[in-house]
Design a binder for this molecule. Structure first.
Ligand SMILES: Cc1ncc(C[n+]2csc(CCOP(=O)(O)OP(=O)(O)O)c2C)c(N)n1
Ligand SMILES: [Mg+2]
Length: 801
């Protein structure tokens, strides 16, 4: 872009476009810095905590963000903003009329703009939440794959342009391994239309980064087929490089260690001259070159990096033609143009009141005009406003697009097997769905990190195929070799096969699960994983839920029931994780008919989008969310029954009496999941002595517990009649009854049930990493067998109040 380029604005004289952008850049720097300052200095402090914020980190990204949002972005593009540039993002949205002054003033405060951009908590069009280093980068790449998925299927209307999925990231984020896991995966899938713009200020939180690191990193990107564009010096420096002595100056800058450069930026003044002349002693031309500038002008030139040169950034981004995945390395200065620029400890640094006052005066802003959109700018307000009104992303852009719900078909009618595992029957459910077809089946997309076959998806994939941008045949099939899995790859395929990287599983689920919002196409994403390896991708799972992505996560095998595999494959804590993870409704069915009821409900639940109020049942039921199913590979005897509607409802709410207690029962066994046979065996042995006892099946400790919490909350708010499912279930039991719970997981997942009615309780479960063995060996060892359940009953009974 050249200075001469003009904007034709109605009724106003043509003005230089780049001049307007520079004015806006200045305003964005001011507003973001002021937003943080006022939150820290002007708001009443009630709790003794520092509010915080990142003025240096924000300043570093101002030029890149100004170029993007006011010039480069198209309505269909989507952006993951560097977490610590949240104030910059909100300042831009404010100038575009999409953010309120009230929320800016409450930055980091109650209901104000968020410290890190949030899809769910901010209301000004955040495309992807960020905050956890590295995840935003990966998510843009997976979002691009999802965009390809829906486009290649022909589901986006033909007038919709392809968007670029863009991440503005800190250089420190590239330390996160998940970035490289994603890079590798994206290479396999031929991901395109993704830009990662790295704010290369060579500082992270603690310190200045290692010299020449980017040489390594850019090689890595190139190896993975990415175009790497390095934007190092601004136009003024480039011009100086062409003068006599300029080549030496360039060499000096190229060789300058990051820490020295940062220190000189901070020191400013004559420090540059002293250092350069000392290093390049005896080179006459350099002396003459530096003498052209006074100290201030020299400092300004030496800090003229490309990442702070609007022209360079705009030009470079506009010239990125084609759809090659692209990494732009933009050299920047952390804290650019602010008093702590370049200081290695500036990450959480805040300007003082006096520094801020000076900055205000330098910006030409009067006291009292700090929040004013145009105060201190040189160009007439009307011209700036006309420009802002015409910014392309202001028009026709809505982050949340309408994607109608898909209706859930009746479950496939298959005769119930007398003995079956939940994993195996999950696979069969999907296989039957694939065969029967219909709109929901067509929109289902499965994904798995190299455990497709071992988690039960093999049949589904053989029917529905593997998704890939390019067609390829199954060579085994083509050569008539016997194989169970027919994996045809094509754009029609409905399974996305990942390498073994659970981070990628959750990141792609996040992208698939936001397709209705990002691309206006609703998908039904189902991801499978080994239950213990959820831990590997936990932050990415949390990230997906935080963004309100919608998906079904199916985890098998689980617990120690995967008996011979030993401790490394046994998950103990996941039931607690399922309870604690916000946005994820967790289930652990024991029987196949329960699983079917849960799946049917889940397909609807993940599509819900109501604005839910707290209710005595479960606060998310109108809003919906994602679902986690903890399944088992253990084949167990299935009850021969047809579930009524109310039984199905009870399963969804979290539990039902498998054997109803008589009123006043003194004892109940409560179980969850694959230990059902042991619980039943113990129960049957008890009934001679305790004919009134009950056997409670917990299908979702998460929802039972959440319902109980919600009911208590409602009662505290005055709704005396609020009553949760678990309270109703326990109502017939005697107040002094004894309870015994059992789960193949941490006992705390069920032990809270004792607090519901103040009952004495003994909770069985697994607390230590596992032995290998067969199921009877291990259940005996860990005390999940019928004998231990019985002795826990005896002990609880004897110790009754
Ligand atoms: C997963 C994760 N680990 C640690 C942090 C704490 N943290 C916040 S910022 C930061 C350094 C960021 O450096 P960089 O990406 O270079 O950002 P910038 O220099 O632009 O501020 C760290 C470690 C975090 N937010 N997320
Ligand atoms: Mg940095």
């Amino acid at each position: 872009m050249q200075d001469e380029e003009r904007v034709e604005t109605q009724g106003t004289p043509p003005v230089s476009r780049i001049r307007i952008l520079r004015e806006l850049e200045r305003k964005v720097l001011w507003l973001s810095t002021w937003m943080i300052h006022s939150a820290n200095h002007l708001r009443e402090k009630v709790d003794g905590l520092k509010v915080g914020g990142h003025q240096a980190s924000s300043a570093s990204a101002v030029t890149i963000m100004t170029a993007l949002y006011f010039e480069v972005l198209r309505p269909e593009d989507r952006v993951a903003v560097k977490p610590h540039a949240s104030p910059v993002f909100h300042a831009i949205q404010y100038l575009l009329g999409k953010q309120t002054l009230d929320k800016l003033k409450r930055y980091r405060g109650y209901q104000g703009t968020q410290a890190y951009p949030s899809r769910t908590k901010d209301a000004d069009g955040v495309d992807f939440s960020t905050g956890s280093m590295g995840l935003g980068l990966a998510q843009t790449a997976f979002a691009s794959l999802v965009q390809d998925y829906v486009r290649l299927k022909g589901w986006q209307d033909s007038s919709t342009q392809e968007g670029r999925m863009i991440a503005v990231a800190g250089d420190g984020e590239l330390d996160e391994g998940n970035v490289y896991e994603a890079l590798y995966e994206c290479w396999k899938h031929g991901v395109r239309n993704v830009w990662w713009i790295v704010d290369y200020n060579r500082q992270s939180l603690d310190s200045v980064v290692t010299d020449q690191l980017f040489g390594k990193i850019s090689h890595l990107f190139q190896m993975m087929g990415w175009r790497v564009v390095t934007l190092k010096y601004g136009k003024r420096l480039e011009r100086a490089f062409h003068k006599p002595g300029g080549a030496e100056l360039r060499q000096w800058l190229d060789d300058c260690p990051n820490s020295l450069y940062s220190a000189l930026v901070f020191k400013g003044g004559s420090a540059w001259r002293h250092q350069i002349l000392a290093d390049l002693k005896g080179q006459e031309e350099i002396n003459a070159l530096l003498n052209e500038y006074d100290d201030l002008a020299l400092h300004s030139m030496m800090t003229n990096l490309a990442g702070h040169d609007l022209e360079v950034i705009c030009e470079a981004l506009q010239q990125l033609d084609g759809d090659a995945p692209t990494c732009v390395i933009a050299y920047t200065i952390k804290g650019y143009d602010l008093p702590f620029a370049g200081h290695k400890e500036n990450h959480a640094g805040l300007m003082t009141v006096a520094q801020m006052d000076q900055f205000r005066q330098r910006c030409g802003i009067e006291e009292g005009e700090e929040w004013d959109t145009f105060a201190g700018l040189e160009l007439p307000e009307e011209e700036l406003q006309v420009f802002l009104d015409r910014v392309p992303i202001r028009e026709n852009r809505s982050t949340v697009r309408a994607a109608p719900k898909l209706s859930v078909p009746h479950p496939p009618e298959a005769p119930a097997k007398p003995i079956a595992s939940t994993q195996q029957e999950f696979g069969r459910y999907l296989f039957d769905l694939a065969r029967e077809g219909g709109p929901l089946a067509d929109r289902m997309v499965t994904v798995s990190p190299d455990v497709t076959v071992s988690t039960g998806l093999g049949g589904w994939v053989s029917r529905r195929g593997v998704f890939h941008r390019d067609e390829s045949v199954d060579r085994f099939g083509q050569l008539d070799l016997a194989s169970l899995q027919k994996w045809q790859m094509s754009p029609e395929g409905q399974h996305i096969e990942l390498g073994i990287a659970e981070n990628n599983l959750f990141l792609i689920l996040a992208a698939l699960g936001l397709s209705h919002d990002l691309f206006g196409v609703r998908l039904i994403p189902v991801g499978t994983v080994y239950d213990p390896f959820i831990y590997r991708g936990l932050d990415a799972l949390n990230y997906a839920c935080y963004q309100d992505a919608r998906f079904i996560l199916v985890a098998t095998p689980s617990g120690i029931t995967l008996a011979p595999e030993g401790g490394a494959h046994q998950s103990l804590g996941t039931p607690l994780l399922g309870m604690a993870q916000d946005g994820l409704a967790a289930f652990e069915p024991a029987f196949v008919d329960e699983l079917t009821a849960i799946l049917q409900w889940s397909f609807d639940y993940i599509q819900r989008g109501g604005k839910g109020e707290y209710s005595s049942a479960w606060l998310r039921d109108s809003q919906g969310g994602s679902v986690y199913l903890r399944l088992s590979t253990r084949p167990i005897q299935q009850p021969q029954r047809v579930l009524s509607e109310s039984q199905q409802k009870a399963i969804i709410e979290g539990g039902y009496w498998f054997r109803e207690p008589a009123p006043g029962a003194e004892l109940a066994i409560i179980y969850s999941g694959a230990v059902a046979p042991e619980a039943l065996e113990a129960f049957e042995q008890l009934t001679d002595d305790f004919p009134h006892a009950g056997l409670l099946a917990v299908t979702s400790a998460d929802r039972l517990n959440a319902g109980w919490q919600a009911a208590q909350r409602s009662r505290r708010r005055g709704d005396r009649n609020a009553r949760s499912r678990i309270e109703s279930l326990l109502a017939p039991i005697a107040p002094d009854a004894a309870l015994v719970t059992v789960i193949d997981g941490h006992p705390a997942a069920l032990s809270w049930i004792g607090a519901v009615g103040g009952h004495r309780i003994q909770s069985l479960g697994v607390e230590h990493f596992g032995q290998s063995g067969n199921i009877p060996d291990l259940y005996r060892h860990y005390g999940l067998d019928a004998d231990t359940i019985l002795s826990a009953c005896a002990s609880a009974w004897l110790n009754r109040k």
